[in-house]
Design a protein around this ligand. Structure first.
Ligand code: VGL
Ligand code: ZN
Length: 212
């Protein structure tokens, strides 16, 4: 069996109820995460997380451009959705969800620190110009397969999964551990279809636990 890790994407206060960029039912993913954490730990598998971690003047913030949140524009030559200010470094909104079993995390990889470019994927910025330490860490631990879940389905989960596939990882996505922004109502469905088309395998938590 290939060495495997659980990768929890952006389970942060700002994407949950009351947060600056709250996604519907974002909080409901935390129970799924804690179940998977316990399941992985019991098998000696690694558990890692990503954390959106922006400076207060990040270029993805609508406030920096004096436009309405959720409008489209451009940042450093790339198409960009402008977001409400969110996950500002050291703010409460940037913290991992308080009910997440954070003590179980073997490593946390921050992303989105460069104000000039957004960084949805836990592996690279949106221009694939810079890498986080995630790929190195996984290689160092000889991990070849991932279980991925988190927030938000249509942005950070999707781009993390697509990059992981491109980097050669086997990727399993736990769909009920994900929730999306859904600027367009079907964005999350389309994101799951795209992940599957590129080679990810989709499971509900129940299916995963039953079939492994
Ligand atoms: C995310 C929008 C902006 C995410 C992060 O975690 O999916 N989405 N920053
Ligand atoms: Zn962000």
């Amino acid at each position: 069996m290939k060495q495997r890790a659980l990768l929890l994407v952006d389970l942060q206060n700002d994407f949950c109820a009351g947060g600056a960029l709250a996604v519907a039912e974002g909080d409901s993913t935390v129970d799924v995460a804690n179940t998977l954490i316990a399941w992985c730990k019991a098998r000696g598998e690694a558990v890692v997380a990503s954390q959106d971690w922006h400076p207060a003047d990040h270029g993805s913030f609508a406030s920096q451009h004096h436009v309405e949140p959720f409008t489209q524009g451009e940042l450093d030559g790339l198409p960009q959705t402008f977001w409400p200010d969110h996950c500002v470094q050291h703010s409460e909104g940037a913290e991992l969800h308080p009910l997440l079993d954070s003590l179980a995390l073997d490593a946390v990889f921050q992303k989105g620190e460069n104000p000039d470019i957004d960084s949805y994927s836990a592996f690279f910025d949106n221009g694939h110009r810079q890498k986080t330490g995630l790929d190195q860490w996984l290689r160092h631990h000889e991990i070849e397969a991932l279980i991925v879940m988190g927030l938000a389905t249509d942005y950070c989960v999707k781009f993390t999964v697509l990059d992981a596939l491109q980097l050669g990882y086997t990727v399993n996505v736990i769909t009920d551990g994900c929730r999306g922004v859904n600027i367009q109502p079907k964005d999350s469905n389309h994101a799951f279809m795209e992940m599957a088309a590129e080679g990810a395998t989709l499971y509900t938590l129940a299916d995963w636990l039953e079939t492994q």
